[in-house]
Design a protein around this ligand. Structure first.
Ligand code: NAD
Length: 295
């Protein structure tokens, strides 16, 4: 734990990831734009700006909502690049546009800072258990330096290619996730409406060909699994606007290479409609409640 590590963005994912760093003996500085979030990581040194957090850091990890916000956090008056020492390493774990990752890498290089993209999969449950999967784009030497930090927060690390390649892998994964969640919600809702017990249906699906992470780890029906958003009023977890963002990124990437994404486009539009209908602060498994309809 020789290096000074800073963590910026203490939301659903970041809080859990930063806490795992501390639990595993890594001293860290933290910053979030919401002051109350700072106390969510016990044992971390709280900072009042991204610049302050980044000062003297060997490694800065960002876990922020969107590419535009990561860029703003890099370039702001009291931004990361103002504080970060030359040759230090920036690890962006947010899910953002692959092209934005390349732009952020260029901006970092202009400031003498090294950059890798390292978006994650595993959700809040994986973040909590430090079993996240990291998908990394960037130089091998930079990944080698990042590895001890990433290993404290995750179980698997895949090198995907150059800068932005981690984001491409992440968008493809979340394209499947966004579609599969809707499929799982449709099937569970249909079964329940036709009189099946949702627990029994889940047990069957989970040993059958319909099984997925959405059925066996993050089931959308309240009461089937403990400690998932559906059993907690769909609070926390992975918000509807964030999955809508990811499907939008996948659509834009698909347009750029002429690839059709029929189901991805439909899924994208459904999540966008949910935002406009009052589900914007809920976990994305709330599709189940939406399909179920009002009593
Ligand atoms: P979140 O909205 O819960 O957390 C984001 C945090 O960033 C918030 O605490 C917010 O206050 C902070 N923030 C926003 N602007 C800031 C700024 N300018 N400076 C400092 N802090 C700022 O989001 P999340 O669910 O933790 O997701 C973070 C990223 O990880 C997103 O890109 C998301 O797509 C991705 N992701 C989420 C999940 C999940 O299950 N929630 C899983 C994998 C990947």
């Amino acid at each position: 734990n020789a290096s000074n590590v800073s963590f910026i963005g203490l939301g659903q994912m970041g809080t859990r990831m930063a806490n795992n760093l501390v639990k595993k003996g890594q001293q860290i500085k933290v910053f979030d734009i919401v002051p109350e979030a700072l106390s969510s990581v016990s044992g971390a040194q709280q900072c009042s700006s991204a610049e302050e957090a980044a000062r003297d850091a060997d490694i800065v990890v960002t876990m922020l909502p969107t590419g535009d916000i990561v860029k703003e956090t890099l370039l702001a008056e009291k931004g990361i690049l103002k504080g970060m020492p030359k040759k230090a390493l920036l690890i962006d774990c947010s899910t953002i546009e692959p092209k934005m990752a390349q732009e952020l890498s260029r901006l970092s290089t202009d400031s003498g800072v090294r950059f890798i993209d390292a978006p994650v999969s595993g959700g809040v449950t994986g973040a909590e258990a430090a079993t996240l999967t990291f998908m990394v784009g960037g130089a091998d030497a930079d990944l080698a330096e990042a590895r001890p930090v990433l290993e404290k927060m995750g179980a698997r690390i895949f090198k995907c290619g150059d800068i932005g390649a981690g984001q491409i892998a992440k968008l493809c994964n979340n394209l499947i996730l966004g579609i599969t969640m809707i499929g799982t919600c449709e099937a569970m809702n249909l079964g329940v409406k036709l009189g099946l017990d949702p627990k029994l249906l889940t047990d069957i699906v989970n040993v059958s060909t319909g099984r997925s992470w959405s059925s066996d780890t993050y089931n959308p029906v309240p009461g089937i699994l403990p400690n998932v958003p559906s059993s907690n009023g769909y609070a926390g977890g992975f918000s509807v606007p964030l999955i809508a963002k990811d499907l939008g990124l996948a659509e834009a990437a698909a347009l750029s290479c002429g690839t059709p994404l029929m189901l991805g486009a439909m899924a994208h539009q459904l999540y966008r409609a949910l935002i406009l209908n009052g589900y914007g602060d809920k976990d994305f498994s709330v599709v189940y409640e939406f399909l179920k309809g009002k009593k």
